[in-house]
Design a protein around this ligand. Structure first.
Ligand code: AHM
Ligand code: MG
Length: 371
């Protein structure tokens, strides 16, 4: 569990004792939280805090637009398709533009990558360059926008590997998830929340629209070691292989280790499904499917979806795997690489890995005995 440093503990104490004396003090804001953590890190230069502050501002702007999406003429398709061949909705495009606009000017990044852009987003020469790389999904779960279901922004931050000031190469960006220096998400739901980690615990903040600040509401989040919920799009059953069906059957079976079936909860909005399971315990799964029988593949993207959530879940005591490998140890081959994803409570994810491993061993035995 991450330690709360002495300076931050003092701040917490002051705020708590003022509240006890009946003074209506606000809670700790995300900016205070960042500043206090920064003070406690000898490496801190303030640049990282600047980067997170820009992300927070962008998210507040996106949140405002998401909240009025039903009122203004912003809904519907733009008619364009993104690099993955999917239709782009206007709010996705808006969120993407806001993030790029704010972050390219911040002087802290050397490159960005977005789910919506095929290539790297370079920092224009007119703006100062920094050493961080930001990868994001500007508005995940966008098919849910016009039905008022939670959606989110996911982000992942790396430090560049090459020398400062030079043009960034793709190799510098394609780093495995374990090299992330921070990761987080914003969920635009019944309230807007930010959850992030820099490797010092996972912390959640809720946006108070009255004061326009994210306030610390969930310090040091820990995911229950074992959950009661499984989240998967079971309509893909016909496209799954036998081991994957065994995995899903395990969670439905009254004869599993829990002794009763898990509860199925699936929103179809990754951030919202993940967020619920992070707080309540459970497992989210998007396995590889054989829709294209020659090319099985997962749907979710390694760099902008799986890696950041994997860093968060592991920091909270959970796990993330593609069935065989830890998500954070996968060496990315391309920016928009997709990956099967099993993420959530430790014991549930370990169970998935065990089922895949048993099948793999069985296959190996069969291959050996036939070979
Ligand atoms: P998106 O990035 O295009 O919004 O797609 C990702 C979303 C995730 O939020 C969600 O977990 C998944 O797609 C749902 O997919 P499906 O509709 O196949 O169940
Ligand atoms: Mg997405």
């Amino acid at each position: 569990m991450a330690e709360i440093g002495p300076a931050f503990a003092t701040l917490l104490f002051k705020i708590t004792s003022s509240a006890e004396k009946g003074i209506n003090m606000p809670q700790i804001t995300v900016t205070e939280h960042l500043l206090w953590h920064q003070k406690e890190s000898p490496m801190a230069t303030g640049r990282f805090t600047r980067l997170l502050n820009e992300l927070i501002l962008a998210a507040k702007i996106i949140s405002r637009e998401v909240n009025k999406a039903g009122l203004v003429d912003i809904l519907g398709f733009t008619g364009e398709v993104n690099v993955q061949g999917e239709e782009v909705r206007r709010l996705d495009e808006f969120a993407n533009r806001v993030l790029i606009h704010r972050l390219e000017r911040a002087g802290v990044l050397c490159a960005m990558a977005s789910e919506e852009n095929a290539d790297l987003i370079e920092i224009p020469p007119s703006f100062p360059m920094g050493d961080y790389i930001l990868i994001f999904d500007p508005l995940d779960g966008s098919s849910n926008i016009d039905v008022n279901v939670s959606i989110g922004t996911i982000f992942s931050i790396y430090r560049r590997l090459g020398a400062s000031g030079k043009r960034v190469t793709m190799d510098e960006v394609l780093q495995k998830g374990s090299r992330q220096v921070a990761a987080g998400y914003f969920v635009y739901g019944s309230s807007t929340m930010m959850v992030y980690t820099t490797g010092q615990g996972v912390h959640g903040f809720t946006l108070d629209p009255g004061v326009g600040e994210f306030l610390l509401s969930h310090p040091n989040i820990k995911i229950p070691e074992k959950g009661k919920i499984y989240s998967v799009n079971e309509a893909n059953w016909s496209y799954w292989d036998e081991p994957t069906r065994q995995v899903i059957s395990y969670f439905k079976s009254p004869e599993n280790e829990r002794g009763e079936p898990y509860t199925l909860r699936y929103i179809g909005s990754l951030v919202a499904d993940f967020h619920r399971n992070l707080l309540s315990g459970g497992i989210f799964m998007y396995p590889a499917d054989f829709r294209n029988s020659k090319k099985p593949r997962g749907k979710l993207r390694l760099m902008c979806e799986a890696n950041p959530l994997a860093m968060i879940v592991q920091e909270a005591g959970g796990l993330a795997t593609d069935g065989i490998n830890s998500i954070l140890e996968i060496e990315p081959q391309e920016l928009h690489q997709r990956v099967p994803l099993f993420i959530g409570s430790k014991r549930d994810v370990l169970k998935v890995a065990e089922i895949y491993r048993q099948n793999l061993n069985l296959n190996n035995i069969e291959t050996r005995s036939h070979g």
